[in-house]
Each structure stands twice: as C-alpha cells, then as structure tokens.
Design a protein around this ligand. Structure first.
Ligand code: PXL
Length: 295
C-alpha cells in the first residue's frame, strides 16, 4: 500500500494528491443499479479512485437480466495488467466473473501483478452467482474455480446465503449454521470470510453479518429494513471493504466501516422501474448544484 501510511483510515482527500486506488473486476448492469456502476458510486462515496476491468455486459433493467455478453478472458486480464502496471492498486474487488475461463485469466493476471495470494494488494472476492431477480450470472461449472482458484488467493470473501449454499452446500437458517458456513468457507483458503446475513429472514429485525478469520468470530449487527430495493447491496458492501483496505485499515476495521456504510445505502435505497430498485450512496453527495455558481 505504497504512500498511504499517512492517510490511515480517515484523512480527507487533498487537492492534487492521488487518492487510494481500487480496481473492480466485474460486469455491467444497464439499469445502473449493480455491478460496475454500483462499485464506482461506492468508490466515489468512500473517497477512493475506481478503476474497472469489465468481465461481461449484461442487458438488464429493474425486472431482470435478458442478455449476457462475456468479454474475452485475455481482454479481462489485459485490463487488470494495464491498470496495475501504470496507475497502481491499493485494493482489488471482484463481482460478476461469468465463466471459468475468465476466472483463470484473472488469477494469472493477479499473480503477475501482486494481487491477492502472497502479493501485497488486498483481494476481495464477492462470489456473485445470480441477480436479485434470480437470473444466473455465473456458469454452474465455474463454482470449482471459485473454490479452488479464487478463494485461496482472497483476503476476504463476502458470500450471501444463496452463494454459501452453492459453494459449501450449507443451508443457513439460523446463527449456528451461519457459524458453520463461515468455518467451511474458511477451509477453502481465504484469510477472512464474511457470511452476510441479509437473506437470513429468520432474523426479523436485525441483519447480522459474521466475520471469521479462522480463529475468532465477530458478529456485525445492523437494522433490517422492510424494502425490496436492495439491488446492488453486495456490490456496495464489497466495494466499501476494498476502499477501507485501500485507505490502510485492517480487515476487521474495514468490514465494520463498510457495514455502517451499507446500512445507510439500504436506508437510502429507492424504487426504480417496475422491479427491484438499488441501494444508494447518494446520501454522501454534497448538493453543490444549490450553491451559487461562478465563485
Ligand atoms: O449484485 C450482484 C450483481 C453484480 N454484477 C452484476 C449484476 C448483479 C446483480 O444483478 O447484474 C452485473
């Protein structure tokens, strides 16, 4: 994390100084709710510069996904290397990765550029498998690539409960199973596991995410909002964790800060179209357009 020592976790952005740099490796959502659009909004709200390696273009609105066009694996790898070798990266996160071939290309590019594994750059893997509307964003055959290639390289993995079921076959309906899932996922090799509790509907008033480092468990509790507009919530969470790590925070502090961020993005979620609206970090924006121009 070159040159970031003095930034710590909380220094304001400074004119003329390069902010922390974070790369998202993810797909696009034409509805602007999830994927790359969500990541870049979250990065801006979290005070970091966002770079992008696109893996797939989805044809999508608030109702669902009607088309997916994947990017050639070598082009995904080339985007990562172009950014890492010039701009430099303080953290990297993944979103929709679509296929095994793309995952393999990403792992090779990460190994060449010091991202994840034994490299210096923190690597947050959000194992995106499906959209909120239930449309698949990952080939079923690519689950092995997550388990065997991405997870061992990851600093933090951030599955929701549907992804937990796909990855380790545990159906989480209570806290006890959430703990067992964290342990099973940690055995696949990541440094930290965050089992997100948003889909644990048995928790009627709270939403508890569980962080596990292989040794100790930390429960992060927040309110549960009665809203269907949570499109892009996982993307925002992982992007905020990556931003905190890029600012120099340790993983537990970055996750705790990201949870606070996410609670507000869900509080500020909004309807859009006829289906699921997005969570939103727009509450962080200062309304500069109301201020007098020309000064
Ligand atoms: O929120 C997960 C996600 C990530 N990336 C893309 C998506 C979605 C959910 O719909 O469309 C491109």
């Amino acid at each position: 994390m070159r040159g970031l020592g003095e930034l710590g976790g909380g220094v304001e952005p400074t004119v003329g100084r390069t902010p922390p740099r974070v790369l998202t490796i993810a797909g696009t959502d034409s509805g602007g709710g999830a994927g790359v659009a969500a990541d870049l909004r979250a990065f801006a709200a979290c005070g970091v510069h966002g770079c992008v390696a696109v893996t797939a273009v989805t044809v999508q609105n608030s109702i669902g996904v009607t088309g997916v066009h994947t990017i050639p694996p070598e082009t995904v790898a080339a985007q990562i290397e172009a950014v890492a070798t010039d701009i430099g990266l303080d953290a990297v996160k993944t979103g929709m990765l679509a296929t095994t071939a793309i995952i393999e290309a990403i792992c090779a590019a990460c190994d060449r550029t010091g991202i994840g594994g034994s490299g210096p750059t923190p690597f947050i893997v959000d194992p995106v498998a499906a959209s909120m509307s239930g449309d698949s964003l990952l080939a079923a055959s690519a689950l092995d690539a997550y388990r065997e290639q991405l997870f061992p390289r990851a600093t933090v993995v951030t599955p929701n409960l549907d992804e937990v079921r796909l990855l380790v076959g545990i159906d989480v309906h209570d806290r006890d199973a959430q703990y067992r899932a964290a342990k099973a996922l940690h055995a696949l090799g990541p440094r930290y596991v965050l089992v997100k509790g948003g889909h644990l509907v048995e928790d009627t008033d709270v939403c508890v995410d569980l962080l596990f480092d292989g040794d100790s468990y930390t429960e992060l509790a927040g309110p549960r909002f009665d809203t269907g507009h949570t499109h892009g919530s996982g993307d925002n969470m992982a992007a905020a964790i990556a931003s905190g790590l890029a600012r120099g925070l340790a993983v537990p502090a970055a996750v705790a800060q990201a949870k606070r961020f996410l609670v507000e993005t869900v509080r500020w979620s909004y309807p859009l179209g006829a289906g699921h609206g997005p969570v939103s970090p727009l509450w962080t924006v200062r309304p500069w357009w109301r201020e007098p121009a020309g000064e």
